[in-house]
Design a protein around this ligand. Structure first.
Ligand code: NAD
Ligand code: FE2
Length: 403
C-alpha cells in the first residue's frame, strides 16, 4: 500500500469518526423476563402485534428450542410463521424465502432466534421489508437502509457474534461466494433477550469458536483507531469475561455462570465493535466463509493470532493493557513482552479447545487472488486498523494460514 492510499484510508476513517456522534446510535432494550423466552408472547400481545415471523435455523428448530415462543404466540391467538431454514453463513436465498413468508403472513414483527446466522438473516429480512425495491446486493456497505424497521426482537443462542446489539448483518451470495457486511443503524434490534440457559446445549466446539469470535470483536475494536471511551471500556470488560469463562464453558457446558458471563462478554464485544469496527481478521474470515463455508468463529479463531503478530509494535501498548487486565503480566514486563504473552495466551486457549493452527487442505491456491481482492476491499478504507495490509501482505497472510 503506498503512502497516498494509506493517507486516503486514514482520512476516510477520520471523517466517519468525526460524524459518528451524530449518527442514530442505540442499544436494544434488554428484556429481563422472569421466565425467559416463555414470557415473550405476552410482551408481544401487549404491544398489539397480531402476526409474527420467527427466523431460526434447522438444528435449533429440530431441538424444539424456539417452541416456547411459537406455542405461546399461537395460544394467544397471534399468527406465527416460522422460517427455519437459515444456513450457517446465511444466503440471499434465505433472506428472500423468509421475506416471502413475512409478507404472506402479513407480519408486523420479527423474532430472530439463534446464532449470528438466523439473527443476520432476520435483520436483512427487516431491511428488505422497508426497502422492497433494493436488492440485498445493493445493501452492502454502509448506511444503505436508513429506514425504521418493524419491531425486531433478537434472541442469541450462541455467545459469539453480538449481532443482537450491532448494526451489522453478514450475508453470503451463494452464486459468487462473496460474503459481505451490511451496516446500518436501522437494523440494530429494538429488543434483545440474553438468556444463558439457551446456550447450555451449544456443543463444546461451537462454544469455543463462537467464543473466540466474540474475543476477536473485542480485540479488533480495541486495537483499532476509532475507539471512544465507551468502546474501550466495553472491549476491556469483554476480554476479561471471555478469558475467565471460555474454558469453563467449553469444559462444562452446563456451567450456567460461565455461560452467563460468555453471553455478557459477547454482548459487550458487540457494543464495542459496532462503533469501533473490526479489522483484517474479519475481512479474511469472511472470504473463507464465502468460499469454503468455514464457520465464522473457527475462521477468526485461527486467523486472530497471525494478524496480531503482523501488527507487531503498533499494538504492543494496547495488548499490554489487555494482558494486565487478564492477569498475564508480571512486574517488570515490557509492553512487548506483555503483548506477546497475550497473543500466546490466545494460541494456548485455541490449543486447549482443539482449534487447529491452520486451515489444512481448505484454501485453494487459485482462489487466493480473488480472496485477497475481496478482503482488501472490505477492510480498506473502512476498518481503522492499527497497521495496514496491502495486497502483498494479505497474500502472505493467506499463505501463512493455509496448511
Ligand atoms: N451481525 C454481526 O454483528 C455479526 C458479527 C459476527 C459474526 N456474524 C455472522 O454470524 C454468523 C455466525 O454466527 P454464529 O457464530 O453465532 O453461528 P451460527 O448461527 O451459524 O450457528 C452455528 C451452529 O450452532 C448451532 N447452534 C446455535 N445455537 C445453538 C444452541 N443453543 N444449541 C445447539 N446448537 C446451536 C446452529 O444450529 C449452527 O449449526 C456468520 O455468518 C458471521 O459472519 C455477524
Ligand atoms: Fe465476528
Amino acid at each position: 500500500m503506498n503512502i497516498f492510499e494509506k493517507g486516503w484510508c486514514r482520512f476516510f476513517q477520520k471523517a466517519i469518526y468525526v460524524c459518528s456522534p451524530f449518527l442514530p446510535w442505540r442499544q436494544p432494550e434488554i428484556l429481563n423476563f422472569k421466565e425467559g423466552i416463555k414470557d415473550l408472547p405476552e410482551f408481544i400481545e401487549k404491544k398489539g402485534i397480531k402476526s409474527v415471523l420467527v427466523v431460526t435455523g434447522p438444528n435449533l428448530y429440530r431441538l424444539g428450542a424456539p417452541m416456547p415462543i411459537i406455542d405461546g404466540l399461537k395460544e394467544r391467538g397471534i399468527n406465527c410463521v416460522v422460517y427455519h431454514d437459515t444456513v450457517a453463513n446465511p444466503t440471499i436465498e434465505n433472506v428472500e424465502e423468509a421475506l416471502k413468508m413475512y409478507h404472506e403472513g402479513k407480519c408486523e414483527c420479527i423474532v430472530a432466534f439463534g446464532g449470528g446466522s438466523p439473527m443476520d438473516c432476520a435483520k436483512v429480512v427487516a431491511a428488505r421489508v422497508v426497502r422492497p425495491k433494493k436488492p440485498v446486493s445493493k445493501m452492502k456497505g454502509l448506511l444503505k437502509i436508513r429506514k425504521k424497521i418493524p419491531t425486531f426482537i433478537a434472541i442469541p443462542t450462541t455467545a459469539g457474534t453480538g449481532s443482537e446489539t450491532t448494526l451489522a448483518a453478514v450475508i453470503s451470495n451463494s452464486q459468487t461466494h462473496e460474503k459481505y457486511a451490511i451496516n446500518d443503524h436501522s437494523i440494530i434490534p429494538h429488543y434483545a433477550i440474553l438468556d444463558a440457559s439457551l446456550t447450555v446445549g451449544l456443543p463444546p466446539k461451537t462454544t469455543a469458536t463462537t467464543g473466540i469470535d466474540a474475543l476477536t470483536h473485542a480485540v479488533e475494536a480495541y486495537i483499532g483507531k476509532s475507539n471512544t471511551k465507551e468502546t474501550k471500556l466495553m472491549a476491556e470488560k469483554a476480554v476479561k469475561l471471555i478469558f475467565e469463562n471460555i474454558l469453563k464453558a467449553y469444559e462444562d457446558g452446563s456451567d450456567i455462570t460461565a455461560r452467563e458471563n460468555m453471553l455478557k462478554g459477547s454482548y459487550y464485544a458487540g457494543v464495542a465493535f459496532t462503533r469501533a469496527y473490526v479489522g483484517y481478521v474479519h475481512a479474511i474470515a469472511h472470504t473463507l466463509g464465502g468460499f469454503y463455508h468455514v464457520a465464522h468463529g473457527l475462521a477468526n479463531s485461527v486467523i486472530l493470532p497471525y494478524v496480531l503478530d503482523y501488527y507487531g509494535k503498533s499494538v504492543y501498548k494496547k495488548l499490554a493493557r489487555l494482558a494486565d487486565i487478564t492477569g498475564l503480566s508480571k512486574d517488570g514486563d515490557t509492553d512487548e513482552v506483555k503483548a506477546k504473552k497475550f497473543i500466546q495466551a490466545i494460541r494456548d486457549m485455541n490449543k486447549k479447545m482443539d482449534i487447529p493452527e491452520k486451515f489444512e487442505g481448505i484454501i485453494k491456491q487459485e482462489d487466493i487472488p480473488v480472496m485477497v481482492e475481496r478482503a482488501y476491499k472490505e477492510a480498506n478504507p473502512l476498518y481503522p486498523v492499527p497497521k495496514f495490509m496491502g495486497k502483498k501482505e494479505l497474500k502472505e497472510m493467506y499463505m501463512k494460514i493455509s496448511g
